[in-house]
Each structure stands twice: as structure tokens, then as C-alpha cells.
Design a protein around this ligand. Structure first.
Ligand SMILES: Nc1nc2c(ncn2[C@@H]2O[C@H](COP(=O)(O)OP(=O)(O)OP(=O)(O)O)[C@@H](O)[C@H]2O)c(=O)[nH]1
Ligand SMILES: [Zn+2]
Length: 360
């Protein structure tokens, strides 16, 4: 499939990447951005084309983990062959990665997307609405050093008073983040999203299945949408794909990454992220009488006092405690896994050494 031409900067290629390209002698390779990943096959968007790519052997064999392989949003150096195929040689350094716990809960992280400027957290105001889940997604954005924006979709399905209450609830628990109520059905609110989306920036949609992420992309793109469905089918010879992700370039500028079908979003090991999300709690904690206060039953706990006076929401406190436990559990599992991997590596090394000793 041939595209109209894109300017590489409009796709998000910036000065730092340009410098890396020169410093590492990558100018003989084409530059492209991964827009879809499926079982070690990648669709890469260049200025002129969409290419069906594989990795060069070296890249595959030197990868220590999944995280070293290309992810959606990555910039890559590639060589083209035939008219629509390519080989990926190098993954450019990532500005950031949005990641979550692997749903297998084995202490591994899973990349949602890379090189993102804003996280667009989408919830629908009827079924899916949950401030706890908003805080979870916000924490994931903070861990990647990405600014979150909250989009409350399907406002056509609730009454005005109900919507006003929801928005007040969000604002009273999550003060400083932009909240945009919209409806894809009536089109209201879309005019407030458009100015947020700028040329050269990349936006990642985050939110449960069915909240209206793909519909939102269609609303923003109008009819001139560049979608990758055709390619994903070609890769899989028409088989149904449920795991792939998509990167879409809006005609009006701005790159949007969709994450279809996300179920769990476990937070990982960034304590700074929790601190940013629950700033109020961390501030209060400075006034606790004991430095190692667990904020559960201590006398002189500033957090419990704030709960008592109503200054701190019970729900905020409960969710914070829950996410903090989840983070601790993840960190422990990750640590145990690394220790095990290391021990295993050592054992293999020893076995190989002994073998080569015997051979002598
Ligand atoms: N009433 C109403 N329905 C909407 C609105 N936006 C989306 N929908 C409907 O919600 C359903 C799910 O929308 P999708 O865009 O597929 O949701 P998604 O978030 O992309 O879901 P996944 O791809 O599974 O992650 C569809 O039937 C849409 O037509 C809206 O503003 N109002
Ligand atoms: Zn305390």
C-alpha cells in the first residue's frame, strides 16, 4: 500500500533522533516508525511508504528481553527491498515508554507504546466510569513522564445533572488534570480535543475495551483516515487479529496510537509516579509524627487526621493503599525474577565452562 508522502518531523522525528542518526552512521538506512506489531512482524511507516518488516538476525539474537525488540511508536533504521518490504537494523533510543505489568503477573513489564507526548485516558460516563481506574492510568502516564488528559466519552447517554456530578467528582479527586467531556455520537466536546492535538506530537489512547477509542479516532480524522487494517490482514492472511496495535496519522497533524482491547493495566515499579498521582497524600505524610508511619493506625498520622476531617477522600486513600501494595508486589516479583534469571545464567555459564574444561 502506498501512502501520500509524510514529512518525517510531522510523524514525530525530532532533533535528538536526527543527531543519533548522524552520530551512529545510520544515514544510509531509511527512517521509519513502527505502526503495528504482530508476532515479530512489523509494519513501519516511512516518509513514502508503509513497509512490511522483519528484524535482522543480529537484532533478534542480541535482544535480552521483549523490551529490546521494536514496539509500536518506535523509530527504526531499516533497509528496503522489493517494493514494500524492509529489514529493521536498529531501534532508535526511546524518549519514553508507556508500560504496564505483563498480564501474566510474572514480574515483567509490557510496552504499551513508545515516544509519546500525551496520554489520552478515555472512559465512558455510563458503564465504565471509575475514578480509581483513572488514577491507575494517570500513574502509568506519570511513570513514563507523559502528561495525561482525561476524556469522558458518551455524554449523550447520561442526563446533564448526572454529568455535572461526575465531572465534579473527578475534579474534586483529581484536581490538576484537564478533563474533556465529549460524545462521538453528537459531536459535542470534540472542539476541545482538537486544539490539544498538535503536529509532530504523539498521543496514546488509553482505556478499557468499548469506551470509544477507535470511534474517537474516526471522529477526529473525519473521512481522510489512514488506517492500517488492510495491512494487518495482509500480514495474517485474513485471520482475525485481536492483539495488534495501531498508529494513525491525522490529516490535520498529530499522531494517535490506539490500543484496542486492553483489559488489565497493572502499574509497575515507579514510586515517583505514585507520588505524582497522589501528591496530596505525600504532602500530608510529611506531617506524620513518625517517619516510618504506615498511615493505618498510628497516633499523630497526618493522613488519618485528614481522613477524619474530610480533607482527604476515603476513596483516594483506599485506592492509594491498593496501588502502593500492587507496586510493592510487582517490585518483589521483578526482583525475585531477576535473581532467578541471574542464578540461571550463572549456572549455564558454569556448565559451559566445565564442558570446555573437560574438552581440553
Ligand atoms: N452512545 C455513544 N456510543 C458511542 C460513543 N462513542 C463510541 N460509541 C460506541 O461504543 C462502542 C465501542 O466503541 P469503540 O470505538 O469500538 O471502542 P474502543 O474503545 O475502541 O474498544 P476496543 O477497540 O475494544 O478497545 C461502539 O458501538 C461505538 O459506536 C458515544 O459518544 N456515544
Ligand atoms: Zn501517617
Amino acid at each position: 500500500m502506498t501512502n501520500k508522502n509524510y514529512n518525517i518531523n510531522d510523524l514525530g522525528f525530532d532533533k535528538n533522533l536526527g543527531k543519533f542518526r548522524i552520530d551512529n552512521n545510520l544515514e544510509t538506512f531509511s527512517v521509519g516508525r513502527v505502526i503495528l506489531e504482530h508476532k515479530e512482524r512489523y509494519v513501519v511507516l516511512t516518509e513514502y511508504d508503509e513497509l512490511d518488516c522483519e528484524l535482522i538476525g543480529n537484532l533478534r539474537y542480541t535482544a535480552q528481553s521483549r523490551a529490546d525488540l521494536p514496539a509500536v511508536g518506535d523509530w527504526v533504521a531499516l533497509s528496503e527491498y522489493d517494493s514494500d518490504k524492509g529489514l529493521i537494523h536498529t531501534v532508535y533510543p526511546r524518549k519514553n515508554v508507556l508500560e504496564r505489568q505483563s498480564p501474566r503477573r510474572n514480574g515483567e513489564k509490557q510496552i504499551i507504546a513508545s515516544n509519546i507526548d500525551y496520554g489520552l485516558i478515555v472512559q465512558s460516563v455510563n458503564r465504565d466510569f471509575s475514578i480509581n481506574r483513572l488514577e491507575r492510568y494517570i500513574t502509568i502516564c506519570h511513570a513514563a513522564n507523559i502528561d495525561p488528559v482525561i476524556i469522558l466519552n458518551k455524554v449523550d447517554l447520561v442526563k446533564k445533572e448526572q454529568l455535572t456530578k461526575l465531572i465534579n467528582d473527578v475534579n474534586s479527586r483529581i484536581g490538576s488534570i484537564l478533563v474533556i467531556p465529549i460524545s462521538n455520537t453528537t459531536g459535542e466536546g470534540l472542539e476541545f480535543i482538537r486544539p490539544v492535538i498538535k503536529k509532530g506530537n504523539t498521543y496514546c489512547l488509553l482505556g478499557s475495551s468499548g469506551v470509544g477509542k477507535s470511534t474517537l479516532i474516526n471522529s477526529l480524522a473525519g473521512n481522510v483516515l489512514m488506517k492500517t487494517g488492510a495491512i494487518s490482514e495482509a500480514i495474517d492472511r485474513g485471520r482475525h487479529i485481536t492483539t495488534h496495535r495501531e498508529l494513525i496519522v491525522l490529516e490535520t497533524g498529530g499522531v494517535i496510537i490506539d490500543n484496542p482491547g486492553m483489559r488489565e493495566v497493572g502499574i509497575t515499579d515507579s514510586s515517583v509516579a505514585l507520588e505524582m498521582t497522589f501528591e496530596q497524600i505525600y504532602k500530608l505524610a510529611e506531617d506524620c509524627k513518625f517517619n516510618d508511619c504506615s498511615h493505618q493506625n498510628e497516633k499523630g498520622c497526618a493522613i488519618l487526621a485528614a481522613l477524619g476531617s474530610g480533607e482527604l477522600h476515603q476513596e483516594t486513600y483506599d485506592n492509594f493503599m491498593k496501588l502502593e501494595r500492587e507496586q510493592a508486589r510487582f517490585s518483589t516479583t521483578m526482583y525475585e525474577k531477576r535473581k532467578k534469571d541471574k542464578a540461571f545464567g550463572k549456572m549455564v555459564k558454569q556448565a559451559i565452562n566445565q564442558k570446555s574444561l573437560k574438552r581440553r
